[in-house]
Write a protein that binds this ligand. Sequence first.
Ligand SMILES: Cc1cc2nc3c(=O)[nH]c(=O)nc-3n(C[C@H](O)[C@H](O)[C@H](O)COP(=O)(O)O)c2cc1C
Length: 207
Amino acid sequence: MPTLLHIDSSPAGDHSVSRALTAEFVKHWKAANPDGKVIDRDLTKTALLPVSGAWIGAAYTPPDALTAEQKALLALSDELVGELLEADEYVFGVPMYNFGVPASFKLWIDSVARVGKTFAYVDGAPKGLVEGKKATFLIASGGDYGPGSPAESYNFVEPYLKAFFGFMGVTDVHFQTAGGTAALNYGADRATFLAPQVEAIRAKFAK
Ligand SMILES: Cc1cc2nc3c(=O)[nH]c(=O)nc-3n(C[C@H](O)[C@H](O)[C@H](O)COP(=O)(O)O)c2cc1C
């Protein structure tokens, strides 16, 4: 069954641009995959903690040697890795926070980067184990970081996500950025602002 993993990380609820765009993506994906399954993962409602020493110890312990306590420490990470491996396709809503990704999304990243599950070392070199997947990142930023813009070099979101997902073996990655959402705080019309973004998502599915 085709499976889409849908992950949001904006805490802005109905005001969120990235959430509006992932919802649009999911709508089209469901229409294109009527028998498909969507896994919704809201990182603002997922109780992820920063990585601790005990967690690292557990993550690097062979599965058959894990204590009950270590298994409990890894339970949420195992669940998130399971979602990642189960899905064929991913859509992520990503707000730009301080030129990077929000802390909740970074905690998810730290949680799914698991040796032996999402990457391995082969002859001393890392090898991604999450292969054959397609990822779409729908990014919202208050400012504009597009090619040629003065702040272009401050955009660490897209290069970071490309590097991290590539490390896990996900190389079929697509980025769409709604830059300049700050205009919405100064009275710009939301529907007019979203229209080209919504159209770009529709066009992805029209191909
Ligand atoms: C804590 C915080 C940090 C932010 N940092 C940046 C930033 O570095 N660059 C930027 O252009 N916008 C920044 N913004 C604005 C957000 O990127 C913008 O509001 C975006 O629309 C958030 O996505 P959302 O609408 O899906 O919540 C920041 C907003 C917040 C709340």
